[in-house]
Design a protein around this ligand. Structure first.
Ligand code: ATP
Ligand code: TZE
Ligand code: MG
Length: 265
């Protein structure tokens, strides 16, 4: 059993017990899946983004998730309002910098969000590399970098920002720049064929940081939960369509035993 396993099991149970309200300001592609992933995990999703209400809503939420996947000025304003309220109330918030390397508008928007001290930054290898090295890159929303390219940059980014940095892909990686980083294998190689699964994972990180104070452990737990559910679902899935619904089913019935088996390897 890995040293992190008891913490992962505790976070998983805390989400089910507390059913935290997670405000997601996320992209059009991801809204349905992210809300369903949160429901399956036992959390309570709300997709609330307009600046007329986003900040007010953040005062009610246990965590805020800001995802720039289909950004536009009003949405970015809603994100800035919400994460400012969260930060001022000492509530956790999660940044998903979708395709940040693709355009200057995305980079500028992420720069503004980074000034508001995200609790967790969760992205694929290209996205984390872009933020850490301030260089353009990535293939749109998909990654064209590997974990080996980014590991040390992720550590440095975490150290510099004070955020937990989670890099996902065939192998997931969690670092705070101080503690021994966590590497998680597993999942299913067809998971990238399910659009917005990474965005949904960022929403799940939101649920976990809302339910558990140690954001490093909470982030690790979210990654482990999705990876375990994906791996179990993959055993009987015939393709990305059945993997998607099976993953939701497996996430909903995931228990401590399934998690321990997954994280302990
Ligand atoms: N080759 C793979 N094998 C196993 N699991 C994978 C693989 N690639 C991605 N995953 C898993 O898929 C989930 C989403 O991670 P990914 O890195 O694909 O996000 P992303 O690129 O931000 O996705 P999106 O932008 O489509 O939302 C994570 O749980 C990750 O571990
Ligand atoms: C496909 C796509 N385009 C913008 S956001 C998104 C979801 C995956 O990140
Ligand atoms: Mg993504």
């Amino acid at each position: 059993m890995s040293h992190i396993t008891p913490a992962v099991i505790a976070v998983h149970a805390a989400v089910r017990e507390q059913a935290p309200l997670v405000q997601c300001i996320t992209n059009y592609v991801s809204m349905d899946l992210a809300a369903n992933v949160l429901n399956a995990a036992g959390a309570s999703p709300a997709m609330v983004h307009d600046p007329r209400e986003a900040g007010e809503f953040a005062a009610l939420a246990g965590a805020v998730v800001a995802n720039i996947g289909t950004l536009s000025p009003r949405w970015v304003d809603g994100m800035l309002d919400s994460v400012e309220v969260a930060r001022d109330a000492n509530k956790p918030w999660v940044l998903d910098p979708v395709a940040v390397g693709a355009t200057s508008y995305r980079r500028e928007s992420v720069d503004r969000l980074l000034e508001l001290d995200p609790t967790v930054i969760r992205g694929n290898a290209s996205e984390v590399l872009t933020i850490a090295t301030r260089t353009a890159g990535g293939k749109g929303v998909d990654s064209d970098a590997s974990l080996d390219d980014v590991r040390e940059h992720a550590d440095a980014l975490a150290k510099r920002t004070g955020s937990i940095v989670a890099v996902t892909g065939p192998e997931d990686y969690v670092t705070d720049g101080e503690r021994e980083p966590i590497a998680l294998r597993g999942g299913d190689p067809r998971m990238p064929l399910i659009t917005a699964l990474g965005c949904s994972l960022s929403a799940l990180v939101g649920a976990c940081v809302a339910a558990h104070d140690d954001a490093f452990e909470a982030t690790t737990a979210a990654l482990a939960m999705l990876s375990a559910a994906g791996e179990i679902a993959g055993a009987s899935a015939e393709g990305p369509g059945s993997l998607r619904w099976r993953l939701l089913d497996e996430l909903a019935r995931l228990d401590a035993g399934g998690l321990a088996q997954h994280v302990g390897r």
